[in-house]
Design a protein around this ligand. Structure first.
Ligand SMILES: NC(=O)c1ccc[n+]([C@@H]2O[C@H](COP(=O)([O-])OP(=O)(O)OC[C@H]3O[C@@H](n4cnc5c(N)ncnc54)[C@H](OP(=O)(O)O)[C@@H]3O)[C@@H](O)[C@H]2O)c1
Length: 322
């Protein structure tokens, strides 16, 4: 496993983490709720194979994800780096402190390694939010402060306000969405704030299994993701074909090439979700090889040409998208 150094203490975090939004969530369309035993097995297998970063949130499955993660790691707390998130509506000074307590209880731990603000809340005072975060560090309830879905402007403000350090910004980043590369990633390199890439497989699109002929059927949270609409599945084919072509050269899958592209940059950590052990092991395998520079450049060139059409949900449901 490759490791990335987080913060001034150079905390070693696996470049491939495990995203756990799927745990305890019905919305991923896996029948009913994500089965707890599978989730616990996935988490343990991840740790057995070098993953130490586990990413959850109080919002995921309304707290069930945190509970499952807590149960999975109860006998191996020292082997993991636990990242969770406070929901945007709980970022008021008092609410944030209460949320932190709830998360500690659900996770069954004494200290959260990385506590992230899930989304900025423009209706609440950032000063008070950061003050609460700083106090949580001082009280030993959290070790590091992170943010998520923060623009450079908001990130800079948070940096000015904290007496500690903002170590990471968790944002959507994949070969299907390179927006981060315009400003956030360069800023991240400059300032040492690591990028934690969420939806690094574009929620499954970059695995190559969803095509116009084999579209996503389950719906759930992905029902509102433009990328899975027939017109965009078609537009994504040159990128998918390129991923497969590069994958053949390294004897890797499209998913592994997609993840390796992200973590080839030392400022980036990817946290793919997995619905079973096979997917997990494939995602971990993405850290075991190195794409050559010319392949990275070519992948970026093809990815930049992918411009998904934004289609309104009603249009899509009505079937007038193509
Ligand atoms: N901070 C935020 O606002 C935010 C937002 C979104 C996500 N996140 C975090 O980021 C994590 C990952 O993002 P994500 O779950 O949205 O998307 P993702 O990791 O890009 O995609 C996950 C999905 O892709 C499929 N998949 C994963 N590995 C695969 C493999 N090797 N082969 C084939 N299919 C594979 C699985 O679904 P199928 O098999 O059903 O296709 C899986 O549920 C989340 O779990 C969460 O922790 C954070």
């Amino acid at each position: 496993m490759k490791f990335v150094e987080l913060g001034k203490n150079k905390e070693k975090v696996s470049a491939i983490g495990l995203g756990t939004w799927q745990f305890g969530t019905k919305g991923w369309g896996y029948g009913k709720e994500f089965d707890k035993i599978t989730a616990i097995n996935i988490t343990n297998l991840a740790i057995d194979n070098g993953v130490n970063l586990l990413d959850t949130a109080e919002l995921y499955g309304d707290g069930i994800s945190e509970k499952i993660v807590g149960e999975a790691i109860k006998d191996r707390r020292d082997e993991v780096f636990i990242a969770t998130k406070v929901a945007p509506y709980n970022t008021g000074y008092r609410s944030l402190k209460k949320s932190c307590e709830r998360s500690l209880n659900k996770l069954g731990i004494k200290t959260i390694d990385l506590y992230q603000i899930h989304w900025p809340n423009p209706l609440l005072s950032t000063r008070r939010t950061i003050k609460a975060m700083d106090e949580l560090v001082d009280e030993g309830k959290i070790r590091y402060i992170g943010v998520s879905n923060f623009s450079i402007g908001r990130l800079k403000k948070a940096q000015e306000l904290t007496k500690h350090e903002i170590v990471s910004n968790q944002v959507s980043y994949s070969l299907a969405n390179l927006k981060v590369e315009e400003k956030l990633l360069p800023f991240s390199k400059e300032s040492g704030v690591k990028i934690i890439a969420y939806s690094p497989l574009a929620q499954g699109l970059l695995t190559g299994k969803y095509t116009p002929e084999t579209p996503l059927k389950t719906g759930g949270v992905r029902r509102i993701n433009n990328l899975f609409r027939p017109r965009n599945l078609k537009k994504a084919m040159p990128l998918i074909n390129k991923l497969k072509e590069v994958g053949e050269k390294y004897n890797r899958t499209a998913a592994q090439v997609s993840l390796n592209f992200l973590i080839s940059d030392d400022s980036v950590i990817a946290i793919p979700g997995a619905k079973n052990e096979t997917q997990l092991m494939s995602n971990i395998g993405a850290a075991d090889f190195e794409l050559e520079r010319n392949d990275i450049d070519e992948l970026r060139k093809v990815a930049e040409q992918f411009e998904p059409t934004k289609i309104g949900s009603l249009q899509w449901i009505a079937g007038i998208q193509s």
